[in-house]
Write a protein that binds this ligand. Sequence first.
Ligand code: RP5
Length: 164
Amino acid sequence: MSKSLVLIVMGSESDLPVMEEAAKVLKEFGVSHEMRISSAHRAPKKTGLMAAEARDRGVRVIIAGAGMAAHLAGVVAAETTLPVIGVPMPGGALNGVDALYSTVQMPGGIPVATMAIGKAGAKNAGLFAVQILALADNELAGKLAVFRQSMADEVEEKDARLLT
Ligand code: RP5
């Protein structure tokens, strides 16, 4: 497996349509990444090992997405000192609110940077990973500045269209 700076891990294959949003961002910014499936509940040993080995094999940021009683990001964070970004999945009886609470309510000492529920959260997880990596990468920081400007330009265009 080639070296990935960002590890994207999700609790189930059913999370893939949401977590692909994070991968899309990383691809756009040219950041090496890999997508994996593991589960804090169904495959706890695999999950722990994946997190524990990540730093030594060159991973710098981990994005973890899970739904329902979403303990994946927390379990991953417990096994590594790399920054962990959590993405709560929508769906289930509580439509992601359960996953949001499970992901965000970490005990003091083991932080998880929790994003919004669903695709916006996964997209922002990708961007947040880029922002972390850009701290030590000026080229990436430049790409982020261009990205922000293009969003502002798009708003201007839409605004101007409404005015005419
Ligand atoms: C979680 O349970 C997964 O992250 C997924 O969001 C949810 C349902 O998983 P499946 O039953 O679809 O595999 O662990």
